[in-house]
Design a protein around this ligand. Structure first.
Ligand code: GLN
Length: 191
């Protein structure tokens, strides 16, 4: 199994490191042909406005839209914003692959980065992880066909549909591999 890690911008290297620790082969995705043979893709944190601009420049915008209808994509932070249906506080065309509405930079200046406990609850799994939030977005609404699966208190910080998994925090910044492992299980189910 080979997993693509979007490498046009942002913190892709640590996602690769985590996947390597789990024994998975990766490829840095910078153009559409890099997606060939990938069973899944990670879209890392970074800056969503820059992502969208660069994705269009290298013809990955439409290629990712298609990829996400057939394979599994995991987006963290700016990756989540780029995959969302709509950004409520910023006009940016998104990939619209998961029915969530998000607010960018939603925690304000005072606490724009912090660490807090996240409860992950999916069908038959429940566990706690340390969530690293960096100028993070908030998921303000989860729509049809989409499940909330990660919580920080009352806040939804992780969601998924059949093909797309998203987190507002950065699981690649801790040594805990369980979220990446959950993504890999999802990829395997789709194969
Ligand atoms: N604030 C960034 C954005 O709006 C996301 C930050 C991140 O990816 N850590 O795109």
């Amino acid at each position: 199994m080979k997993i693509g890690v979007l490498a046009v911008q942002g913190d892709f290297a640590l996602h690769e490191k985590t996947l390597h620790a789990l024994g998975v082969e990766t490829i840095q995705v910078r153009k559409p042909e890099h997606l060939d043979g990938c069973s899944g893709l990670i879209m890392p944190g970074g800056e969503s406005t820059t992502f969208v601009k660069l994705l269009k420049e290298v013809d990955l915008f439409d290629a990712l839209k298609q990829f996400g209808r057939e394979k599994v994509i995991f987006g963290t932070c700016a990756g989540l914003i780029t995959l969302a249906h709509e950004i409520v506080n910023y006009p940016l065309e998104t990939l619209d692959l998961i029915q969530i509405q998000v607010a960018r930079n939603a925690y304000g200046r005072q606490i724009d980065s912090f660490i807090d406990t996240v409860q992950v609850k999916t069908g038959d799994t429940a566990f706690e992880v340390e969530g690293v939030f960096i100028r993070a977005p908030k998921i303000v609404e989860v729509g049809e066909g989409t499940q909330a699966i990660g919580f920080r208190g009352d806040e939804i910080v992780m969601a998924e549909n059949e093909h797309i998994l998203v987190a507002t925090f950065h699981p690649e910044l801790t040594d805990d591999t369980r979220i990446h492992n959950y993504f890999l299980q999802k990829v395997k189910q789709m194969q």
